[in-house]
Design a protein around this ligand. Structure first.
Ligand code: 3HC
Length: 318
């Protein structure tokens, strides 16, 4: 066997031993190209999701029902922008520039979570997004804190500290509406009816239909599978809905057992994967609007980036 091949085999063996021993892989460590490419794809798409996800909620800053609600929503959206920046920074450590990530997004070559391609029709949607979308995101991100790639794991630990506030403020909005007028109760039920299934889709296709999950689990990028995380989210969220009088829009939902804590475990109805892939492939209610807005904002913000670069060069040369 040629020396190079022996070296590569030795490097792969050391990489696999680190993964086995739960030693974080760092940017300067040797890693298989496929591991690097998997992370470039997942972390950059995660970052895109955080930033595009600012749009549906941003639509309601000027229409928040109180100063308190406006302040909370402003803080949450600002957090999401920061999450995107952490994640782009983590993705850049893999050798791809932010400009390149944004170009792939603008060219439709990179994905973001399909849930953000639905419109926010009224204030109850802001509650449903915080409670369900951020609730699903937390379920996923708490697990990702143990991911094998160091910069991604550290970004997740930082992000999870803020996500729980996001979920709780959304649930508080739904709770208040369910204690409100009949109209407000109808708005809250309509919101869960519209956001429940897109939130379940955030965990990705079933494990048997997921092309990436086997590698993701082998390399400990994912620590739990799509279906396991979806189950955890459902088991946590259904009792929250019932507590405030909301009905989960799934006639096939049923209790199938109890977990070690004696909490109910649920089986859910079929997810409409045709809708999922239709929206992922660009035919959702807001896909074009979201991408056009991102492209315009990026172009209109060019002068800000140029000023920041000029300032950086000037201060570096002093
Ligand atoms: N929306 C859009 N595309 C999705 C998707 C979704 N909800 N779920 C899966 N996909 C895509 C995958 O990207 C992949 O396509 P690709 O090969 O072109 O990238 C394809 O469908 C097959 O899916 P897999 O399950 O095999 O892919 P993954 O192993 O990458 O799993 C994932 C998908 C669970 C989303 C995983 O990538 C992941 O955990 N990503 C990190 C978490 C994340 O991105 N969350 C998105 C929401 S962030 C958020 O909500 C922020 C909050 O603060 C509001």
């Amino acid at each position: 066997m040629k020396k190079a091949a022996i070296d590569e085999a030795q490097l792969l063996k050391e990489f696999e031993e680190k993964i086995e021993a739960e030693v974080k892989i760092e940017p300067r460590d040797w890693m298989p190209d496929a591991y690097r490419e998997h992370l470039i794809r997942q972390i950059s798409q995660h970052a895109h999701s955080e930033v595009i996800g600012m749009q549906p909620e941003g639509n309601w800053i000027t229409r928040a029902p109180s100063l308190r609600a406006k302040k909370i929503l402003l803080a949450k959206i600002q957090d999401e922008g920061g999450h995107g920046l952490y994640l782009y920074s983590a993705a850049e450590t893999l050798g791809v520039s932010r400009d390149q990530f944004l170009q792939w997004l603008h060219e439709g070559k990179a994905k973001y979570s399909s849930v953000f391609n639905y419109p926010t029709l009224n204030w109850a949607d802001i509650g449903a997004i915080g409670w369900l979308v951020d609730g699903a995101a937390i379920t996923n991100q708490v697990s990702l804190q143990r991911t094998s790639y160091g910069p991604y794991s550290r970004a997740m630990i930082r992000i999870c500290k803020e996500e729980s506030f996001h979920q709780r403020q959304g649930y508080e909005i739904m709770w208040k509406m369910m204690e409100g007028t009949k109209d407000q109760q109808r708005m809250a039920q309509d919101a869960i009816d519209r956001w429940w299934w897109p939130a379940l889709m955030m965990f990705g296709p079933h494990d048997t239909d997921s092309p990436h999950t086997s590698n993701a689990m082998k390399w400990k990028i994912k620590r739990e599978s799509n279906d396991r995380l979806r189950e955890k989210f459902i088991n946590k969220t259904v009792p929250q809905a019932e507590l405030i009088g909301l009905k989960v829009p799934d006639d096939q939902l049923k209790v199938v057992g109890k977990d070690q804590m004696g909490e109910p475990m649920y089986a859910h109805g079929d997810i409409d994967w045709d809708e999922f892939w239709r929206v992922v492939k660009g035919d959702g209610p807001c896909n074009k609007q979201r991408l056009d807005h991102h492209i315009n904002a990026h172009e209109n913000g060019k002068w800000v980036r140029e000023c920041a670069y000029a300032y950086q060069i000037k201060t570096n040369n002093q």
